[in-house]
Each structure stands twice: as C-alpha cells, then as structure tokens.
Design a protein around this ligand. Structure first.
Ligand SMILES: Nc1ncnc2c1ncn2[C@@H]1O[C@H](COP(=O)(O)OP(=O)(O)OP(=O)(O)O)[C@@H](O)[C@H]1O
Ligand SMILES: [Mg+2]
Length: 315
C-alpha cells in the first residue's frame, strides 16, 4: 500500500501556543482522508504546513516520496489548496481568477484557458465565467474557490472546510465534486467540523483535538473504539434558572457515565452498557424533580466516539 502523504511527529507552535502537538498520520494514495476536529483543533495549521505555506518546529513530512525540507517547490506543484477563507480576487472575473491561479503552476495559452473553463464547468459555474466574485452568492464563491484550487489538476487536493456557509444544494454539489476528483485519481484531504460530511465522503478519518491525534481509522474502526458505550437521550423540562451544568456534573460523577452533553431540554448521556445504569440515571432526574418526557437510545456513532474520547462535543 502506498502513502501519498506521511506526517510524523509534527509540532507547530505560535509563541507559547502549541497549535499542532506531535501529530502523526498517513494519507493513502487515492483516498479521501478527513481531518475532523472542533474550532482551534489545529486542522488549518496542519494543512498550511503540509501545503508549504507555514514553517513548523518539529517533525517530518513526506509527500509522494519528497521530503518537505528538501523539495518544497516540487511538493507545491503537486498540491491544490482550497483555503478555509475564500481567496479570490474581487477585481477579476471567475474565469480570470481560475486562470490566474492555474498560471501559478505553469499553465499557459490554450491549455490554461481550457483547464480554467473545465474547472469552472466542474464546479457548476460555467455560465458565470464573466461574473466577478462580488456579484456571486456565498455558495458560488465557495465553488469558485474550489475551481481556483483544482484547475492545474493537482495530484493532492487539500480542502479546508469547503462547505462552510453554503446551502444544501451547493454542499451536495461540492461533496459530489470531491468524489469525482478522487475517481479521477486525486488524493484528497478534507477538513471539517461537520461529522456527517466527513462520515459521508471520507474513506478514513483522523480526529484531532487541541493539536493532538485522538483516533484515526475508517468510520467503523473509530466507532468500534466505543462499542461498549451507548448514547441515551433524555428529554426533560428544565425549570427556568435551572443550572444545567450542575445536572451535568452530577451525571458525570455517576460510575457508568462516560460523557454528558445538553441541548435545550434534551440531555445526552453516554454510558457503559450495564444492566441498571439507565435506571440509576433516571433516579437522578427524579431526585432533582426533573420530569422524564422522552427517552431514546442510540448505538455508538462518531459523535459518541468524539464525546467519549475527548470529554466534550465536537461543536
Ligand atoms: N497565525 C496565528 N497566530 C497565532 N495563533 C494562531 C494562528 N493561526 C492559528 N492559531 C491558533 O492555533 C490554534 C489552531 O488553529 P487552527 O486555525 O489550526 O484550528 P482549526 O482546527 O483550523 O480551527 P477552525 O475549525 O476554527 O478552522 C488555535 O488556537 C488558533 O488560535
Ligand atoms: Mg480551520
């Protein structure tokens, strides 16, 4: 099996802050690899180091057999970066923008024009080629941002939260485009803090939190890390001024409880599967005078896994 990217013990600090902390992972050639983590986890920092935009403190990075310390320029040529913050020029049309970015990778003449047009077509903006970014909707700008990153046909496509702020239709279009890019032979690294997207399109997923690797594998492998855990959702009615944090603390202190999260009147409790752990939890609610309106339980999913392994929610 060949790896397109190998990252070993990567550490990147911003002053005292360790944004990426001894992170290691491999990306197989031809896979869609997801980097999943909450805000500030270090996803963008990792990608900016990998794409040679930032320096780093420690570690080894290999891209397609090239060492980043020695072959930075060659590695740059292999990568197409779709940045988290939309990076297009407002005074250029959509086509001019894509041509500009592809020209940075040595594309010229009719090859440049054709590949730029093809990239616009690919993201569904062929009929907007002469439009300037400011005339575009947020979703269209996101798609233009993608076209700018892929027009030079990079072998490795790095997408940093490409679906933020887009409607469901654009989102589906973007996710489908990523699948097609992979079918055409590209390796894709995709970051998101949307669990469902990552579950939907990624072959393997690395979960990072506070710059560190929490777990890495296929969805099934990740979920299997927490098969002894069950998520129980209890709907109650919290009185006005009720301190939900107190309830969470009480529940967390119970023996079989792994993690607790609250959203409005629904409390989610991840428990070890034990005979009477649910009844003890229900007793706790009743002792506090909280009514039980509804109870649901769920087999473990990536949400359970994240909450169990990190102790907090993804968002
Ligand atoms: N240029 C910078 N200077 C100082 N600190 C930075 C800089 N860029 C990022 N950081 C810090 O590094 C940490 C990791 O940030 P990063 O942007 O990599 O996270 P992220 O996982 O991409 O988050 P998000 O989901 O919000 O995009 C954060 O604590 C952030 O504040
Ligand atoms: Mg980011």
């Amino acid at each position: 099996m060949s790896y397109f990217v190998t990252i070993k013990n990567l550490t990147k600090k911003y002053g005292e802050l360790c944004a990426v902390d001894n992170l290691s992972f491999n990306v197989k050639t031809g896979e869609i690899f997801g980097l999943l983590g909450p805000n500030g986890a270090g996803k963008s920092t990792t990608l900016s180091v990998l794409t040679t935009l930032s320096d780093y403190n420690k570690g080894e990075i290999d891209v397609n057999g090239l060492d980043i310390r020695k072959d930075k320029m060659k590695i740059k040529q292999l990568i197409g970066m779709v940045p988290q913050d939309i990076a297009v020029y407002s005074h250029l049309s959509a086509l001019e923008n894509v041509k500009f970015f592809a020209s940075l990778y040595g594309r010229k003449g009719s090859d440049l024009t054709n590949s730029a047009k093809e990239a616009l077509e690919f993201v569904g903006l062929a009929d907007r080629a002469s439009m300037k970014p400011k005339q575009m909707s947020g979703g269209m700008k996101r798609r233009l941002n993608i076209a700018c990153g892929i027009a030079h046909a990079p072998k490795l496509i790095v997408m940093d939260e490409p679906t933020v702020g887009v409607d469901a239709q654009s989102r589906e279009h973007i996710l489908n485009s990523i699948r097609i890019l992979r079918e055409r032979g590209a390796t894709v690294i995709y970051t998101s803090h949307y669990m469902n997207e990552v579950e939907e399109i990624c072959d393997r997923i690395a979960i990072i939190d506070k710059g560190q690797m929490i777990a890495c594998g296929t969805k099934q492998e990740l979920v299997s890390l927490v098969t002894d855990v069950q998520s129980v959702y209890i709907e109650t009615k919290l009185p006005i001024a009720f301190e939900v944090e107190d309830l969470k603390k009480k529940l967390k202190n119970m023996p079989d409880v792994k993690a607790v999260a609250a959203e409005d009147n629904t409390i989610r409790i991840d428990i070890s599967i034990q005979l009477n752990s649910i009844s003890k939890i229900l007793e706790q609610f009743l002792t506090l005078g909280l009514p039980i309106i509804n109870i649901n339980s769920e087999v473990p999913n990536l949400d359970t896994m994240f909450l169990t392994l990190t102790g907090h929610e993804l968002r």
